[in-house]
Structures are given as structure tokens and as C-alpha cells.
Design a binder for this molecule. Structure first.
Ligand code: ATP
Length: 328
């Protein structure tokens, strides 16, 4: 069904990521450019259920392109997972006169959008906002590049201490079940080993590699560990294992945690957010619905939201090889 779109609601949902504000700005200004109304929905789906709306215009989004987090706030809504919750949300959307939704979030938020769209034949468009880069249909999600820069900067600083004290550091980075952050930031920061869920390096190989590293004259080392690494070990258990097997090493653990999700977005994320916002609104105006905006080979693309939710991202095998070569 294709309806004329006069009013678009925009929300951020799930975990926040740098670049969400830049995307909100882009959605609002593209609506202004095409002379249609735009409404900001606070606290994701929970705000939709409660009718927590604010009329937005081009000036509502001044000076936010450089800000981390999200001015619309984000939330996880249990109520929206229920049919009744979504009925209330739909009633509020209709009351406000919304014709379509732009949802900036991760795969959970897209599942919510899909279910809502199926239940009420309501146009939706997704913009992938998550630092993990774990969404099928785009080579880069909003916030991923910023998080990589944050992690590399943190590891550079940790290396100063590691080399001054001849220490081995395990640095745990975010990424849930995928190793994109660990692999890319690990190569970028010159880590000696990178442990990711997609490749089971095995604890024994890690010990062998660290021994080789020591024999080759390295007195300090950085091992980057993705939080969902397949060795199945908590990073502190890994530390204990290495200390037991390599008593000559003084081992420290640094869990970078939520600092990876904050901060001012990188130039790449700001530009990506701007392009995605324009593409999202203009695609809705062209009558497209149930898609997620992505980037592939530097071009903006649309991926059916169902595929974005179900598909898995691949780890870059070439980068894995580069990492292996760099750690010889
Ligand atoms: P992150 O990547 O940070 O986890 P996300 O978008 O995946 O972000 P979720 O908490 O999984 O975050 O989902 C955000 C919200 O989307 C949920 O709180 C819920 O309101 C809605 N949602 C998720 N899954 C469903 C579903 N199956 N049906 C209806 N709504 C859903």
C-alpha cells in the first residue's frame, strides 16, 4: 500500500551509539527540505506508546551533529513486545497523524519496526545505529567508526604503560557476538594477538604465540579480546591461565566498557548519518517501506528490514590474514 506521507516520526531505540544525533538532524532537515512535518519520539517505542512527542523543525536540531548519545533519549520497551502495547502505540501514532516511522537502532529495534509494520501496514524505515557493526545489509553501522577510534586511542595509552613495565595486557572490547571492533581496532593499534568469536584461536595457541613473541625480543604485549570470544573464557580467567603457564609475564586486564559507546562522532559517522537520514526520508517519500538504509561500496543502499534482522555479518578474512602476518 502506498500512501502520501505528510508526517514522519523519528526515534532512537535500543543501545545508543555516536552518530545517532547526526542521523536525527538529517531526518529532521530532510523533512524540512521536502516540506513535510517531522515529530521526534522520545525514549523509543516506550515514548510512542506514551505519546511522548515533540514537533521538530530545522532549528530543533542545531548544534547536535557533533554530540554523542541521543537528544531523543533511548529506551528498551517491554510493553511494545506485546500486541496490546503495539495497539496503544498505533493509536498514539494515528492520533498524532504520523504516516511513517524512521527507527534508528539495532536489530531488536528493527524487529520491533517489522512487527509493527506487519500488524498495522504502517510504513517504517530503519537506520542502523550500533557500535558493534553486527547488522546485515550495511558495511558500516552508525557509531562503529567512532568506537574503533576510541578503542585505538585507549589501547595506545595502555601500550605506554605495558611497554614501561614489561607487562602483558588483555584489553576487552565490546562487540557482543561479533569481532569487528576487536579485529579492526586490534590491527589499528598493533595488538600482538586478537581473540574474536569467529575464530577459535584456542588457549594453547595463545600461549605458544606469546612464547614466540617473548623469544623474538618483545618485552610487552597487548592482546585484544572481543567480549564474546569463543575461547569461552572470561578475560580474567584468560589472565589466570596465562599467568599459570607463563609465570614470567606480569599480566593486567583492562575492560574498556561503556566508554566505547560515548563521545563525539567521527567525521565518517557524521557523514554516514547525514547520508542515511536523507536516504531514509526520501525512500519513504518514494513509497518504499520495510527497508533499512545501508552503505555498500560507498553507495547508499536499501536492505529489506527482515534480511537486516536475520542476516549475519561476515568477518573480513583478508584482515584476519593481515592480523596474522602483523603478529609474526
Ligand atoms: P542494541 O544493539 O543496542 O541491543 P537493539 O535495537 O537491538 O539495540 P533491543 O533492546 O534488542 O535493542 O530492542 C529495542 C527495542 O525494540 C526493545 O526494547 C523492544 O521495545 C523492541 N523490540 C525488540 N524485539 C521486539 C519484538 N520481537 N517485538 C516487538 N518489539 C521488539
Amino acid at each position: 500500500m502506498s500512501i502520501k506521507i505528510n508526517k514522519i516520526g523519528v526515534m532512537t531505540s535500543g543501545g545508543d551509539s555516536p552518530g545517532m544525533n547526526a542521523a536525527i538532524r538529517a531526518v529532521v532537515r530532510t523533512c524540512a527540505f521536502h516540506q513535510i512535518n517531522c515529530v521526534g519520539i522520545y525514549r523509543g517505542y516506550q515514548g510512542l506508546i506514551e505519546g511522548d512527542f515533540k514537533q521538530m523543525n530545522a532549528r530543533s536540531v542545531n548544534n547536535i551533529i557533533n554530540k554523542g548519545g541521543t537528544i531523543l533519549k533511548s529506551a528498551r520497551s517491554k510493553e511494545f513486545r506485546t500486541k496490546e502495547g503495539r495497539i496503544t502505540a498505533y493509536a498514539k501514532a494515528k492520533e498524532e497523524g504520523l504516516d511513517a516511522l524512521v527507527v534508528i537502532g539495532g536489530d531488536g529495534s528493527f524487529t520491533g519496526a517489522m512487527v509493527f509494520s506487519q500488524q498495522f501496514d504502517f510504513p517504517v524505515m530503519g537506520i542502523p545505529g550500533t557500535i558493534d557493526n553486527d547488522i546485515y545489509g550495511t558495511s558500516s553501522t552508525l557509531g562503529y567508526d567512532t568506537a574503533l577510534n576510541t578503542v585505538v586511542e585507549a589501547i595506545d595509552k595502555i601500550r605506554d604503560t605495558a611497554s614501561s613495565h614489561n607487562r602483558l595486557f588483555f584489553v576487552e572490547v565490546m562487540g557482543r557476538d561479533v569481532g569487528h571492533i576487536a579485529l579492526n581496532a586490534g590491527v589499528g593499534a598493533g595488538a600482538e594477538e586478537i581473540l574474536i568469536p569467529e575464530e577459535d584461536l584456542g588457549k594453547e595457541r595463545l600461549i605458544e604465540s606469546l612464547k614466540r613473541s617473548r623469544l623474538s625480543g618483545k618485552s610487552s604485549s597487548i592482546v585484544v579480546v572481543a567480549e564474546g570470544d569463543k575461547t569461552g573464557e572470561n578475560v580474567f580467567e584468560l589472565k589466570d591461565y596465562v599467568e599459570e603457564n607463563l609465570p614470567e609475564y606480569e599480566v593486567r586486564v583492562s575492560v574498556l566498557g561503556h566508554m566505547q559507546r560515548g563521545g563525539s562522532p567521527s567525521c565518517w559517522d557524521r557523514v554516514l548519518a547525514s547520508r542515511m537520514g536523507v536516504k531514509a526520508v526520501e525512500s519513504l517519500l518514494e513509497g518504499k517501506t520495510n527497508f533499512m538504509v545501508g552503505i555498500k561500496d560507498t553507495k547508499m543502499v536499501l536492505c529489506p528490514i527482515e534480511k537486516a534482522v536475520k542476516g549475519e555479518t561476515d568477518i573480513n578474512l583478508e584482515l584476519l590474514r593481515v592480523s596474522d602476518i602483523m603478529t609474526t
